[in-house]
Design a protein around this ligand. Structure first.
Ligand code: ZN
Length: 264
């Protein structure tokens, strides 16, 4: 089973130590931690525990936010942490509009320059950078890269050591999705994130659904991603204030596994 747990899925219930143990207990072989959780546990301790439980780190969440003031140091640290964890990629949520700005075009330029600036360090550290295009509803606050096409254009410009994280929640609606997944191919697809889109969606950020509870055609998207040559983990990432963060985390992990088998 190529299931990985993005630790946001149980972040309200467990700390990272508990998440690592939970993955091991439920035979989930991959984990993708968030940096605040790693910091809380301590980087060395996190590395030790993840390794001793034999988990693959399918990504570190997250670097990016190139339109924020402290982006340079923050991304440098993120690369170091990803390297220490042996993460398969550092996920980049690139940032939205700069504070007080309405200039989306210049924000996108800043993002491009920011990635180009940190890329040599990431290459040297052996940490692939994974641009995660976010749903356009997040363009102002979180990421002004909003389609796979836009992310891949940037990858081509910057060449090696960079690819994309395909998160179904952000890209499922895109009429060019199949075409762009094919274009990305094995070389550029560095991570695959799964969950579901609920109807109605009650909150723009924290109302993601469990696989099978929404309207995303997960088997079809999976077939495109695997057809393009991706053979890595499938990472469950569910932000869910009203439902999954309220539940017993062992139950959440059990259901993730079951739904992964039946609905993806
Ligand atoms: Zn994601």
């Amino acid at each position: 089973m190529k299931l990985s747990l993005n630790t946001a899925t149980v972040k309200k219930q467990w700390n990272l130590a508990q998440m690592i143990e939970g993955c091991a207990r439920h035979e989930i072989r991959g984990i993708s931690p968030w940096r605040d959780q790693v910091a809380q546990m301590g980087l060395k301790e996190a590395v030790k525990s993840i390794n001793s439980h034999g988990l693959s780190v399918t990504g570190l969440c997250r670097g990016g936010f190139f339109t924020a003031r402290n982006w340079r140091d923050d991304n440098r640290r993120a690369i170091e942490e990803a390297h220490a964890l042996g993460a398969q990629c550092l996920v980049l949520v690139v940032g939205g509009l700069a504070e007080g700005s309405k200039d989306l075009i210049s924000s996108r330029e800043r993002v491009r320059e920011g990635i180009a600036t940190i890329l040599p360090e990431a290459r040297k550290a052996g940490v692939p950078l994974a641009i995660e295009p976010l749903h356009p509803m997040q363009a102002a606050e979180r990421a002004c890269i909003n389609t796979l096409e836009q992310a891949l254009d940037l990858c081509e410009l910057l060449q090696d050591g960079i690819g994309v994280a395909v998160d179904v929640y952000h890209v499922w609606w895109d009429p060019k999705l199949e075409q762009q997944i094919k274009r990305a191919g094995k070389k550029r697809i560095l991570a695959y994130h799964i969950c579901d889109w609920l109807v109605p969606t009650r909150d723009l950020l924290n109302d993601r659904g469990m696989m099978g509870d929404g309207v995303i055609d997960l088997p079809r998207i999976r077939s495109w991603v695997e057809g393009a040559g991706y053979s890595g983990f499938h990472e469950v990432e569910i932000f869910s204030e009203l439902d999954w963060w309220q539940r017993d985390p062992d139950e959440v992990l059990r259901i993730c596994k079951d739904r992964y088998v039946r609905f993806t």
